[in-house]
Design a protein around this ligand. Structure first.
Ligand SMILES: NC(=O)c1ccc[n+]([C@@H]2O[C@H](COP(=O)([O-])OP(=O)(O)OC[C@H]3O[C@@H](n4cnc5c(N)ncnc54)[C@H](OP(=O)(O)O)[C@@H]3O)[C@@H](O)[C@H]2O)c1
Length: 332
């Protein structure tokens, strides 16, 4: 039987244990222009907190009772579309479910000869593209600049940090705990690391960035963003990729109290989502694949087995229990 994970209430509007419901509903009949898929991989993203919050965002929230929105990768089992044949592997917004009937127009074919299917959920998928456009298009790091990345051992942050490192920047990665900072130092070869859970962030930034900060790739917001404002250089740039420290209650997210540094230091601060870059995905894919093939880009994946473990898995993003791109492996 197919399995679905449904969102039953908006975030914060029920007891956490009532938020999700596992169902086993039959698939709808396959209609013209649709494909039937077996899902193998489901991406778990901090952005899901936004999709489950009843608030204006870059796309409407999930409707209570509907299958939870997610990216996924799977194999086409049956097709009534000219775009796909059985055996094709595809990615797109598939929802948290083990099998699906979806409109072909929302899916893209992936090439599993270039990389295993799950890489299209991490370094070669939207995670990688998000890091690429945020860092390379908005941040534009230069050799010799001091670049700080928060949540730097995570899915997006680790790729963003490596892209800046590859440009010759002095990259400082911030992460929580000794295992993650060791990964940043020893595997990603970053110039500096900060363990924000065990160090004073202002002191650590002064130590690692004695000449100030030119570019900050922000994944967390909150205290860290304020600390960066206190040490950012004149005409510095802040790329606002996310603000996970504020996702606990998105109706009550707090902005930085030090934002007037934008005036004093002529700071450019820009947010974005992938909807700004949909027409440039091939560019990002080519750049990330090349870097990976040349040994200049690594990414780690944190795989949770079993679609029914979605509720526990999504919480890992907010406790920091994930080490790399978090995803569900659907089948055995
Ligand atoms: N703009 C876009 O289009 C876009 C797209 C994708 C993702 N994003 C954003 O990118 C960021 C990272 O997403 P990801 O998918 O790569 O997840 P991730 O970094 O792999 O996982 C989330 C990490 O955030 C850190 N974290 C959690 N709570 C925190 C807190 N209160 N303060 C500081 N750090 C905290 C944890 O790492 P530590 O153990 O180091 O704390 C956790 O492992 C998120 O803000 C997300 O919303 C934006």
């Amino acid at each position: 039987m197919p399995t679905q994970v449904r969102m039953m209430h908006y975030s914060g509007e029920s007891a956490p244990e009532d938020m999700w419901k596992i169902t086993h509903d039959d698939l709808p009949e396959l209609e013209e222009g649709e494909v039937q898929l077996r899902l193998d991989w489901i991406s778990i993203d901090p952005g899901m907190r936004g999709w489950t919050t009843n608030k204006r965002s870059y796309m409407p929230p999930v409707t209570p009772g509907d299958i939870m929105r997610s990216f996924g990768v799977g194999e086409v089992l049956d097709s009534r579309s000219d775009a796909f044949v059985p055996g094709d592997f595809v990615t797109g917004f598939t929802g948290v479910q083990s099998e699906a009937v979806l409109k072909a127009g929302g899916l893209s074919k992936i090439d599993t000869n270039l990389a295993p299917a799950h890489h299209y959920m991490s370094g070669l998928g939207w995670t990688g593209y998000t890091a690429y456009f945020g860092m390379m298009d908005i941040g534009q790091p230069k050799a010799g600049q001091t670049v700080v990345v928060s949540a730097a051992s995570g899915a997006v942050g680790s790729i963003a940090a490596q892209l800046a490192r590859n440009e010759g920047a002095h990259v400082i990665g911030i992460a929580g705990g000794p295992e993650k900072t060791a990964y940043l130092r020893d595997t990603l070869k970053l110039a500096g690391v900060i363990d924000y859970k065990n160090e004073n962030i202002d002191d650590a930034l002064r130590r690692e960035a004695p000449n100030g900060i030119d570019l900050y790739f922000d994944n967390v917001g909150g205290e860290t963003l304020d600390a960066v404002f206190r040490q950012i250089n004149y005409k510095g740039t802040i790329v606002v990729c996310g603000g996970i420290s504020q996702y606990g209650d998105m109706h009550a997210a707090e902005g930085p109290s030090e934002y007037l540094a934008m005036v004093m230091q002529s700071i450019r601060m820009q947010g974005y989502t992938m909807r700004d870059y949909l027409d440039r995905i091939p560019e990002a894919f080519a750049a990330l694949l090349k870097a990976r093939n040349e040994g200049k880009l690594v990414y780690r994946e944190h795989i949770v087995e079993g679609i029914e473990n979605f509720p526990e898995a999504i919480d890992m993003l907010f406790s920091g229990a994930n080490h790399g791109k978090l995803m569900l492996k659907v089948g055995a």
